[in-house]
Every structure is written in structure tokens, then in C-alpha cells.
Design a protein around this ligand. Structure first.
Ligand SMILES: NC(=O)c1ccc[n+]([C@@H]2O[C@H](COP(=O)([O-])OP(=O)(O)OC[C@H]3O[C@@H](n4cnc5c(N)ncnc54)[C@H](OP(=O)(O)O)[C@@H]3O)[C@@H](O)[C@H]2O)c1
Length: 437
């Protein structure tokens, strides 16, 4: 440390994969941080469950503690990074620290998505910053881009692949594996937890989508607004049908601003092979931001991993020491109140899989049912299958409500065989939508 550098003792809540990597980065990059900010960040305490557990790297004598009060009540601690995960007790700890005037950085998406309003109120009460870059897509600096670089851009749509586990599984299924085989491989390689429910069921992506929508649209978007569907129902047949139509099945997170109303959803979608999201493979994440002045910006990178996540946590810590006292970006990311778009009103192109009797006149009946609800067909591929026909249909843009009514009518037709199903298609890019292509 140089003679003029400001010493900043910091504490970590959690010293696991991310916490230990934060400590390592602060030590290894200490000189760079000092050159950039004039501050030297030094880990003096870290909260864990078990101080005696074997750890790959030692934090130094006296750093680990199981007693939160020793961190909360230590007057030298200027900044805390919450990297322990879970809602409880992490949430109460963060609220207490903020209320007492200690700035906090968190990597905890579920905590932010579920208790965000309370956390930001506590930060405002304590007059300190709460930063949360690592909570969405780990190393990808999307929160900073939205809050700082795009602050005067009217972002109206966020599209993303925000869960690496499901993207890895879907990529592996394109290589010919079944869902079960791909999940087992993801677990073997450490991309999926032993209990993968939060990832494959879409809940991890839903929390990130709620946070992204809140920051992008400047209005509180509760996680309960996110319509969620996981990838458990995706079969090799879906993946093969998509490939036959030059598309890829992806778990797509989507936040859309329609006038003053918000629509947020996470679910499997067919992504056109020419769309930039189609190229995001394996455990990578990507977020595409579409807005009035920017057309579209895509950010892609590693969405998980200890050191990757730690890079975003440390960057937030550096931002806090670099901006404290200037008033810049100390506020809640929310500045207006938008409503929720009524279910079924968002329009999208759709992929439909229909099984019907293979005889004259059936196609016309289907087209009639679709047209009655304002759904028109853009592409159709017919496959013979065991005495009946499987139809793979891509529609032009149509509202979800109309599409669901048309599907219900098709299922009720005497010629219908099997279960008619639908997935949204991601094909349009902001530039085309706005006429700039
Ligand atoms: N790992 C990633 O790739 C990644 C990516 C993005 C975001 N995140 C987020 O980062 C956070 C941390 O993840 P991680 O992978 O580092 O988790 P982790 O390896 O399981 O580490 C959790 C740490 O918190 C401590 N801890 C947990 N519950 C505690 C409690 N009740 N009281 C005291 N200490 C407690 C643990 O103590 P012990 O060491 O004694 O067990 C451990 O040191 C989570 O919010 C996660 O969602 C992680």
C-alpha cells in the first residue's frame, strides 16, 4: 500500500466458491484497484457456518467467524459483500447492515428479486449504496450498462439466455442426447447442481428476469409477475423439429415494455438460427437489450463460476469506494410505477406441433381455426407418422390468447390426434422491428 492510499477494511458474508475468489481478486488486484481509486480494500472478516472446515485457500488467522455481530458491530468495516446465498439469514443481515449505514454488494438473485423493495428502502434509510451486478449473469456487466450507459435510452425489450445449466443441456440435446442424458452430463461436469430444480424449472432465470426488467424499465417488477416454464418437457423431437426449420430450442428470458405495461416471461422458445442468441452455446449467458436510441446491444459471457462472479462483486466494491460521497448512483433503480400487461396480450410468432388425420380437407380445417383467431401461417412442414400426419407450423406474429383459443379448438376437432402444442419463436431483431435493417 502506498503512503497516500485510503485503507478500506471490508467484510464478506460467506467464504465459499465466490467469497474465497473475491478475497483472492482483492489481494491479487490490490495494486490496480489502488491505482484506479486511491483505495486499498482489505478483507478483515468473513462469516461462515463452520470455521474449522477444510478450505482450498486459507483466509488468514482470525478472519473467519460464525458470529454476524462481530461484523455488524465492527466500526472499522466500511463495506460488506454478501456472498453466502439463501434468503435467510442473508436478507436480515443485509437489511441490518444497510440501515446502520454500511454499503453492501450482493450476488444473491433470489434475495434481490424477493426482498428488493425492503433492501433498497434500508439502503435509502442508511444513506448508502446497495449494488448487485453479480446477481444477474455473473461476469456480464449488464446492470451497470443498463443503469449507467443506457440511462437515457428507452430500453423496451430485454431478451436473454440467463441460465447456463439449461443452455448446456439444450446444446447437448442438439448433439443427440435425451434430456435425462444431457442433465446427467451437466451434473457430472459441475454445470448442474445435484438438485437441479431451480435451474431446469426456470426459477433461477425468473429471478434474474425480474431484476433485469426492474432495472431496464425503472419500475418494480415482482418475481411473481414472471410467467415461468422450465425445460423438463423439451424432447429430442422438439429439438430435431427446430433444426429442420433452421431454429434452436433455447430457454429464453424475455421482458417487454408495451406502452406503460410490462410483460415478463421465461420459457423454452425456438430461436431463429440467424438471431444472435442462437449462437450462445453451452454454459454461456447472453443478454440482448433493444431500445430507441441504441437499436440493439448484445452482451455475452460466462454467467457463473467463482472467479467470474467475483469479478463483478469486486467491480461493485470498487464502484462504491469510487463514488461514495459524490451521490452518483446511490438511488434505488426504480423511478416509476408501471402495470402488468394482461395475460395473453403479448404478440409473438409461434411454433405449433399438430398431429392430425392424414386426409383431404384437414389442412383447410386447421387454417380456418387459426384464421378465426387472427393467427396466420408463415411456414409449414408435414411429416407422415403411423397413419396420421405431424405438422410443424410457424405462424406470423399473433397474440398468445388468440393462439391458445385456436389450439383449444384444434384439439377438439375430430381429426385431431395427440396433443397440439406451441412454443414462442424468437426471430425478430430490434433493427428489423424499427426499420433500420
Ligand atoms: N457460484 C457461482 O457460480 C455463482 C454465480 C452467480 C451468483 N452466485 C451467488 O453467489 C452466492 C454464493 O455462492 P457460492 O457458490 O459461493 O456458495 P457456496 O460455495 O455454497 O458458499 C456459501 C458460503 O456462505 C456460508 N454460509 C452459508 N449459509 C450460512 C449461514 N447461514 N451462516 C453463515 N455462513 C453461511 C458458507 O459457510 P461454510 O463455508 O462454513 O459452509 C460458505 O462459506 C449465492 O447467492 C449464489 O447464488 C454464485
Amino acid at each position: 500500500m502506498t503512503r497516500n492510499a485510503v485503507d478500506v477494511p471490508v467484510a464478506l458474508l460467506g467464504y465459499g466458491t465466490v467469497g474465497a475468489a473475491v478475497h483472492r481478486l482483492l489481494d491479487e488486484q490490490g495494486d490496480e484497484i489502488e491505482r484506479a481509486t486511491g483505495h486499498r480494500l482489505r478483507v478483515v472478516r468473513a462469516l461462515v457456518r463452520d470455521v474449522d472446515r477444510d478450505r482450498p485457500c486459507s483466509p488468514g488467522a482470525g478472519v473467519l467467524t460464525t458470529d454476524f455481530a462481530t461484523i455488524r458491530d465492527d466500526p472499522q468495516v466500511r463495506l460488506v459483500a454478501e456472498v453466502m446465498g439463501g434468503l435467510d439469514p442473508a436478507g436480515d443481515h443485509v437489511v441490518e447492515l444497510l440501515r446502520r449505514g454500511t454499503p453492501v454488494v450482493t450476488a444473491n438473485k433470489q434475495l434481490l428479486a424477493r426482498r428488493g423493495p425492503e433492501l433498497f428502502e434500508a439502503a435509502a434509510g442508511g444513506g448508502v449504496q446497495l449494488r448487485f451486478e453479480a446477481s444477474v449473469c455473473a461476469a456480464i456487466p449488464v446492470i451497470k450498462v443498463l443503469r449507467e450507459a443506457l440511462v437515457v435510452t428507452n430500453v423496451h425489450r430485454v431478451l436473454g439466455i440467463v441460465n447456463g445449466t439449461t443452455n448446456f443441456i439444450l446444446s447437448a440435446m442438439e448433439g443427440g442426447q435425451t434430456y435425462a442424458e444431457a442433465l446427467a452430463e451437466a451434473q457430472r461436469l459441475g454445470y448442474a447442481e445435484a438438485d437441479p430444480a431451480e435451474d431446469v424449472g426456470g426459477l433461477d432465470a425468473a429471478a434474474k428476469t425480474a431484476i433485469l426488467a426492474t432495472v431496464a424499465f425503472g419500475s418494480r417488477v415482482p418475481v411473481e409477475w414472471v410467467e415461468v416454464e422450465g425445460i423438463e418437457g423439451v424432447t429430442r423431437e422438439h429439438v430435431a423439429a427446430a433444426r429442420a426449420m433452421e431454429m434452436h430450442v433455447k430457454l429464453v428470458a424475455r421482458a417487454t415494455l408495451v406502452g406503460d405495461l410490462v410483460d415478463v416471461r421465461v420459457g423454452p422458445a425456438l430461436v431463429d438460427a440467424r438471431h444472435p442468441l442462437a449462437a450462445v452455446e453451452g454454459a454461456f449467458n447472453a443478454v440482448m437489450l433493444q431500445g430507441d436510441a441504441i437499436r440493439e446491444i448484445m452482451l455475452e459471457g460466462p454467467g457463473a463460476g467463482g472467479i467470474e462472479t467475483a469479478s463483478a462483486v469486486v467491480a461493485d466494491m470498487v464502484s462504491i469506494v469510487g463514488t461514495t460521497g459524490t451521490g452518483f448512483l446511490q438511488n434505488d433503480p426504480v423511478w416509476r410505477e408501471l402495470g402488468r400487461l394482461p395475460a395473453g396480450e403479448l404478440a409473438s410468432p409461434w411454433y405449433l406441433r399438430l398431429e392430425v388425420e392424414d386426409r383431404a380437407g384437414v389442412l383447410a380445417r386447421l387454417a380456418q381455426e387459426l384464421a378465426a383467431e387472427g393467427v396466420s401461417v408463415a411456414r409449414l412442414v408435414q411429416q407422415p407418422a403411423d397413419g396420421h400426419a405431424v405438422l410443424h407450423v410457424v405462424t406470423h406474429e399473433a397474440a398468445q390468447g388468440g393462439l391458445e383459443r385456436a389450439l383449444a379448438a384444434i384439439r377438439a376437432l375430430p381429426e385431431s390426434r395427440g396433443h397440439a402444442s406451441a412454443l414462442p419463436v424468437v426471430s425478430d431483431r430490434g433493427v428489423e422491428e424499427l426499420g433500420w435493417a
